[in-house]
Design a protein around this ligand. Sequence first.
Ligand code: F6P
Length: 322
Amino acid sequence: MALRRIGIVTAGGDAPGMNAAIRSVVRSALHNNLEIIGFERGYAGLIEGQARQLKARSVSGIINLGGTILKTRRCKEMRTPEGIEKAAETLKKYGIDGLVAIGGDGTFRGASELYRASGISMIGIPATIDNDVAGTDTTIGFDTAVNTALSAIDKIRDTATSHERIFVVEVMGRRRGFLALEVGLAGGAEIILIPEVRFDMDSVCEKIKSAREAGKTSEIVVMAEGAGDSREIARHIADETGYEVRLTVLGYIQRGGTPTALSRTLASQFGYHAVELLLTGEKKRMVGIKNGEICSVDLDYSWSAEKKIDLEKYRLAEILSE
Ligand code: F6P
C-alpha cells in the first residue's frame, strides 16, 4: 500500500535536538508529498488522540530550540495491552501509514508493541541525553548534554582550585555511565564513578590522598546518578580524607539548552533517513549512526540489547588524571 500519511511523536525524557528531528521529518515527508500528523504529549497524547497536522511552516524557527514543540510525557499506560490498543486505534482513526517515534529505549519498546498490535510501520529516532540506546554510537541530545555539563564542571574547577576543595559532581544518565564518562574525560576529572565499573570508597579515598601527596590541591569527582548516593559519597570522602568536600548535582540543566551543531546535524540526518525507511517499506527499524555512517537496526534490538561502554576511555581518563 502506498505511503500517504505519517505520524510523529516525541516520548520519554526530552533531549536537545528533538525539535531539529521533528523539523527534518516534517520537511522530508513534505518533500515526498506525504501528510504529517503530530501527536502531542508523548504516548499519552497518542492514546488520547491529541493530534494536529504539521506543515512546512509549523517547524519554522525551531532547529535551535531545546525541548520539543510536540511536548512529551512519560506514559505508564503504554506498558499495558489496553494502552497499546488505544494507541493503535488512534493511529487507524487518523489513517496513519507509518509512525516516527522520537525518544529512548522505553519509547522504542512501546513502538515495537504498537507495531505488533497494529501492523503499522514504526521507525525510531534515538533522542536521549543518556546515550544508552543500543544500535547507535550516539543519540540526539547527548553531545549537547555533555557540553552543558562540561561548561558547569569547568566553572566548578575554578572554585575548587581557589578553595583547594574536592567537588563531587553528579550528572544524569539514568542507570548508565555514558554521560559521566564523556564529561569526566573531557573535564579532566580526577575520579569518574559509573555503574559499569565497581568501586569501593577506600580506594576512592586512597586515590585522593595520593593525588594530594603528588601535589594536587583540588579534585573533581564526576559521578553518574546511577552509581550510588552522591551525598553519601561526598560525606564519606570528607570524613575519610579530612579535606573540604562539596557536592553539586547538575540535574535538569543537562536536559535543556540550545542544541549543539552535532545534535542538530545528527537530528537532521536521522529525520530524513527515518522518512526514507518508511518510503522503502521498512516496518520496524531504528535509525542510528555507526562509525560515522547513518544506518538502521531492528527496533526490538534497540531496546532489548545492552549497549557496551568504552572501558578503554575509562582507563584513559584514569591515566591522564594522575
Ligand atoms: O532519560 C533522561 C533522563 O534525564 C535521565 O538521565 C534521568 O535519570 C531521567 O531522565 C529523569 O526522568 P524525569 O525527567 O522523568 O524526572
